[in-house]
Design a protein around this ligand. Structure first.
Ligand SMILES: Cc1ncc(COP(=O)(O)O)c(C=O)c1O
Length: 414
């Protein structure tokens, strides 16, 4: 076990040790990962870093002390609401990430149903392609998560969801899009079902919020998923994904700001005085808010459209190139920059293909069902789309020639 060093290291040595420690990590700037990061260019990176540093130690819990942070947060929420169909009554909360936004939405749904409908044993009904963070939230909140198989079109089966509902269903969920396939669930139909039953309807747009509206403007067919769809109660929208902000930035948006009260904690039950929070965090990094504000203002609609164009071009190049390689196929449909490819030739072992790609330095995301390879593209992939297709072709030849190892189940990457 390593203890805290008895004497401190000089500043330069500390930084040198950190940079040295990173040597073995994957180089995300070269586009060799299609998971975990979002990157456009060095200029945006500089804007993010400097904005974060400008507020590097300010605590966003202390908005009395730092009113500028409150104004930045309000503007971030207002910009998102105007993009995502928020009306006069809409509101939002800045959170640390998609998982926190989703946790708060599920907590609000439970609390509302408990107060208004006396629900004692709450459940949520969701398509089985929804992010597992819903199950984690349900477990922590004492709710049952009822996962319903999706249809052959890789979208939520609304009739099957309805069949799993009962008087204690407090929330319905739809993804815009889901992470495994990149498909949009029929949000309008799920929301209509929620409106009929009195359930809270949460749209998980962690991936789609800051990309889908721009992909739609490029002419692609994106179904309505926004807050103005009748029956939608809330939406998780990650700025640290396609909003292009550094980590620690998501929003929980609500169609009616009054619904924020259902995820508010408030108490005076200690000596220090009243304490209230709309998030699960107490102390909150001011840098995350400043950097999100900076990314949104630096990119503007023009910048987001550019990101959307680069991603969709990368996807077109990759999917056409991979589909042309004998023995491989693209799983369809997929609506944004997420897609899955797999072996259509039973003689081709996808695990060997994955191992060969990994050996060339591409971090492989293995899809469990169907057995395949998952990519979640960001703008940097436009530059490497052709290289990736060539690497896949080489990996397939290596796998067919038996010149590679296998990536085992325990090495599956998220
Ligand atoms: C659709 C979807 N929802 C929720 C999440 C969870 O977000 P986070 O990792 O920011 O907590 C993710 C993360 O990839 C996601 O893709």
């Amino acid at each position: 076990m390593t203890g805290i060093p008895a004497t401190g290291m000089p500043a330069d040595a500390v930084l040198a040790a950190l940079l040295d420690r990173k040597q073995g990590d994957r180089d995300w700037r070269r586009g060799r990962l299609a998971v975990y990061f979002y990157w456009l260019d060095e200029e945006l990176e500089r804007v993010q870093q400097q904005a974060y540093l400008a507020y590097w130690t300010e605590n966003n819990l202390g908005q009395r002390a730092f009113p500028s942070l409150k104004s930045l947060e309000d503007e971030v929420i207002a910009m998102a609401l105007s993009l995502l169909g928020g009306g006069e009554r809409a509101g939002g909360t800045f959170t640390s990430g998609g998982s926190e936004s989703i946790f708060l939405a599920m907590m609000a749904a439970r609390n509302r149903a408990r107060t208004q409908r006396g629900v004692a044993r709450p459940n949520i009904v969701l398509p089985n392609s929804a992010h597992l963070t819903f199950d984690r939230a349900a477990e922590a909140l004492g709710m049952e998560a009822r996962r319903v198989p999706i249809g052959a079109d890789l979208r939520a089966d609304v009739a099957a969801m309805e069949a799993r509902m009962d008087a204690e269903t407090v929330a319905l969920v739809g993804s815009a899009p889901n992470y495994p396939f990149g498909t949009f669930d029929p949000i309008a139909d799920i929301a209509a079902l929620a409106a009929r039953s009195g359930a809270w309807m949460h749209v998980d747009a962690c991936v789609g919020a800051f990309l889908a509206p721009y992909v739609r403007r490029l002419g692609h067919d994106i179904p309505p998923f926004e807050l103005n769809v009748p029956g939608v109660t809330s939406m998780s929208a990650d700025i640290h994904k396609h909003g292009m902000a550094p980590k620690g930035a998501s929003l929980l948006l609500v169609a009616d700001a009054a619904d924020r009260e259902w995820h508010k904690f408030e108490s005076c039950a200690w000596q220090r005085g009243p304490y209230a929070a709309y998030t699960t965090q107490g102390t909150r990094p001011g840098g995350a808010v400043a950097a999100a504000w900076a990314a949104m203002n630096h990119l503007g609609e023009e910048g987001y459209l550019r990101c959307a164009r680069l991603i969709m071009e990368a996807k077109a190049i990759m999917t056409a190139g991979i589909a042309a390689i004998p023995g491989l196929g693209i799983l369809a449909p997929s609506d944004l920059g997420i897609f899955v490819w797999r072996a259509t030739d039973p003689a081709l072992d996808i695990a060997k293909v994955a191992a060969a790609l990994d050996a060339e330095g591409w971090l492989v995301g293995r899809q469990q069902e169907p057995d395949g390879i998952h990519l979640h593209l960001n703008p940097i992939h436009r530059e490497v789309a052709g290289e990736y297709v060539e690497a896949v072709a080489r990996a397939v030849s290596a796998a067919r020639g038996g010149q590679t190892g296998r990536i085992g189940a325990n090495e599956r990457t998220y």
